[in-house]
Design a protein around this ligand. Structure first.
Ligand SMILES: CC(C)(COP(=O)(O)OP(=O)(O)OC[C@H]1O[C@@H](n2cnc3c(N)ncnc32)[C@H](O)[C@@H]1OP(=O)(O)O)[C@@H](O)C(=O)NCCC(=O)NCCS
Length: 105
């Protein structure tokens, strides 16, 4: 397979800037782990590294995770990362993580 992304079947994480509804200073994070690699802690570890990267290299104050209320695996990621839950955002559960706390460590 020529596509190294799929050939390795590794995971991805991304930041979405300017998503509707985000407050100033917020950046939204999305993530996906290919099925065969779930249940090993990769998502939690990688999003933690992304928080560290955003804290060190950007001036964002908050990282947000928008999670469908039925997505228990993703809610597990947010909870393991210590994200604060806000259920009042669109139809999704909205979790946020204060990057200031990461910076001050
Ligand atoms: C959401 C998603 C990334 C979560 O993946 P995940 O594998 O459950 O999450 P993690 O990589 O953090 O793995 C945590 C699990 O690995 C286990 N684990 C095994 N070895 C581990 C290790 N060495 N270190 C840490 N955790 C480990 C944990 O106990 C935990 O298991 P549990 O949930 O049964 O308690 C995945 O379900 C996915 O890609 N879904 C589709 C896309 C999606 O919904 N994205 C999010 C949109 S908001």
């Amino acid at each position: 397979m020529n596509d190294p992304w799929r050939a390795n079947q590794t995971w991805a994480s991304s930041c979405l800037y300017g998503r509707p509804g985000l407050l100033p200073g917020e950046v939204n994070i999305g993530y996906n782990v290919f099925l065969a690699h779930r249940g090993r802690g990769y998502a939690t570890r990688a999003v933690r590294l992304l928080f560290n990267h955003l804290a060190a290299n950007t001036d964002h104050s908050v990282a947000t995770l928008l999670i469908n209320p039925g997505n228990q695996r993703s809610i597990g990621v947010a909870e393991r990362l210590g994200c604060e839950r806000r259920p009042d955002f669109d139809d999704n559960a909205y979790y946020k993580h204060q990057l200031e706390k990461v910076r001050s460590r």
